[in-house]
Design a protein around this ligand. Structure first.
Ligand code: AAO
Length: 497
């Protein structure tokens, strides 16, 4: 699996690992392909009230448009740094950033700075804001970039494309998937890229996911990061540095272990068991917790792109997925990112999804449909909105409440039943075995009656789901059938009656 994270390894100051979330919030959500206007609404009506600390947005820069299909990935082929995209124009972007910040929800931008569009994209004005470009001539007048600003003469593969991802010279000087590779060792290019990011910082964003970071030289990235402004003091304390998390897919070593391994463990493949998670995190050879951004799936691997695989858990496997996300959110390791997807018609042929390109719910002209909200607060019109699923939303709240508390009272049955607490603030019990969990455990919580926040939650003075009785000694009896819709239970300080 994949990815992730990591904002690191570059000798950056530790300030760049701080996501600057407000009010003890701890998680961000990727609202993949949402329109800016919908994100603004979502910040106000849902994310802030439910404790989400931030939102990752899809690339906001002008990109190619691929007629008539409008695949989601067209946005990863910029043709200028004008802020107009399928998600909206600059005014809508500014309005969204302002409104999200005003309710304490940070905005993190997916920054595509390694490359422009593909070499064979042709020329014309078929772009998200109608600016002219000519890919053959490497001419992007709206930036402007010309042939001098690309790495063509530094790549030694005959195709000009990365053929061996393990060869760092190819990986950093040749074209990723035929995407025109920017010469980031040039001050001019560094200035243009930093100018784009600074415009976003000045609008109020809190940081960046750096796309394809593996394909840029660390010293070039450092030079770009060094040019970045401090965050806008309208919403952030003075001297705050942007949060940077870099996309580096490398399943063999550290970072990508998190999503891969979690998928394999939950599926019980390769002899893996939940009980092995007692030292999850650094104990598994992952990077330091305060430098990791973790997730169960992302926009690539949920559809087989970028080292996806059948072990990746997604909304398509809802039952296991909810448990995996619950576990991630309960566990102290890393900054957590929740995925929010849209449905597409999967068409798996020989293990590959032939429809992995399908864009967000759209009208015939390719315009993205608004996100509609059903009376039960789920989303309609093809938007999945995992972040609104009760089990996931309530675990985001759980994570905020236990923030800073160590992992405590670990228990396992040597198989796939595990439980752990976070000091005296929260406790989770998971049954992924094919038999009932039936045991009494030390929760570490003060005695009382608690509402399970998975099967329901506390509403007023009662629970809408299960109740858990914690004795004065902190012990509680748990019985979780393997046949339940959600075979896990979580209780926390605020779910006490
Ligand atoms: C589109 C078309 C392509 C066309 C291209 C240019 O789909 O057919 O060639 O235009 O004309 C997204 C889409 C692409 C799309 C692109 C541009 O995913 O399909 O291409 O927009 O529109 C590498 C990079 C990683 C990258 C990933 C896709 O390292 O940075 O490829 N992800 C990001 C974004 C992604 C985006 C881009 C970058 C481009 O998240 O959404 O692309 O902006 C190995 C390598 C990895 C490599 C993967 C690719 O992974 O090591 O570096 O990722 O292969 O599959 C083991 C190994 C692991 C290996 C893995 C898979 O597990 O441990 O290292 O197997 O083989």
């Amino acid at each position: 699996m994949k990815l992730l994270v990591l904002a690191t390894l570059l000798g950056l100051s530790s300030a760049q690992f701080d996501p600057h979330m407000k009010d003890g919030r701890t998680s961000l959500v990727h609202l993949f392909e949402w329109h800016w206007a919908d994100i603004a609404e979502e910040c106000e009506r849902y994310l802030a009230p439910n404790g989400y600390g931030g939102v990752q947005i899809s690339p906001p820069a002008e990109s190619i448009v691929v007629y008539p299909w409008h695949p989601w990935w067209q946005r990863y082929q910029p043709i200028s740094y004008n802020l107009c995209s399928r998600s909206g124009n600059e005014d809508e972007l500014r309005d969204m950033i302002t409104r999200c910040n005003n309710v304490g929800v940070n905005v993190y931008v997916d920054a595509v700075i390694n490359h422009m569009c593909r070499a064979i994209a042709g020329e014309g004005k078929y772009t998200s804001c109608g600016s002219y470009f000519n890919a053959n001539k490497r001419d992007f007048p709206s930036v402007p970039y010309t042939a001098w600003d690309f790495n063509d003469d530094k790549c030694y593969t005959s195709s000009g494309i990365i053929e061996d991802f393990d060869d760092i010279y190819q990986a950093r000087n040749c074209r990723l998937l035929d995407l025109l590779d920017l010469a980031l060792e040039k001050d001019y290019v560094r200035d243009k890229v930093a100018g784009y990011m600074n415009k976003l910082i000045d609008l109020g964003v809190a940081g960046f996911r750096v796309d394809a970071a593996k394909h840029m030289w660390p010293e070039d990235l450092n030079a770009v990061y060094g040019r970045l402004n401090n965050l806008n003091t309208k919403w952030f304390s003075s001297g705050s540095r942007p949060f940077i998390f870099q996309e580096v897919i490398n399943l063999g070593d550290e970072e990508f272990k998190y999503t891969t391994k979690l998928g394999v463990i939950m599926r019980k493949w390769d002899g893996e068991k939940l009980s092995y998670l007692s030292n999850w995190g650094e104990g598994w050879g992952m990077m330091p917790s305060d430098k990791a951004l973790v997730f169960v799936d992302n926009h690539d691997n949920q559809r087989g792109h970028g080292a996806g695989g059948e072990f990746i858990l997604t909304f398509w496997d809802a039952r296991l997925y909810k448990m995996a996300v619950g576990l991630m959110l309960a566990h102290p390791y890393g900054v957590t990112r929740v995925m929010s997807s849209y449905h597409w018609d999967r068409n798996i042929v020989n293990g590959e999804d032939e429809n992995d390109w399908i864009g967000p719910p759209s009208y015939d002209d390719g315009t993205t449909k608004p996100v509609t909200i059903n009376p039960d607060s789920s989303c309609g019109d093809g938007w999945v909105c995992e972040h609104r699923w009760r089990q996931i939303r309530n675990m985001v709240i759980f994570r905020n409440l236990v923030n800073g508390e160590p992992l405590s009272n670990w228990w396992d049955n040597g198989s796939n039943q595990v439980a752990f607490g976070r000091g005296s603030r929260g406790f989770i019990v998971i049954n992924n075995d094919d038999w009932t969990l039936d045991t009494t455990l030390n929760t570490g919580l003060p005695g009382g009656t608690y509402c399970d926040v998975i099967s329901g939650q506390k509403e007023g003075s009662s629970c809408t789901g299960k109740q858990v009785q914690v004795g004065g000694d902190g012990y509680a009896y748990f019985n979780i059938s393997n046949l339940e819709e959600d075979p896990f239970i979580a209780i926390h300080a605020d779910s006490k009656l």
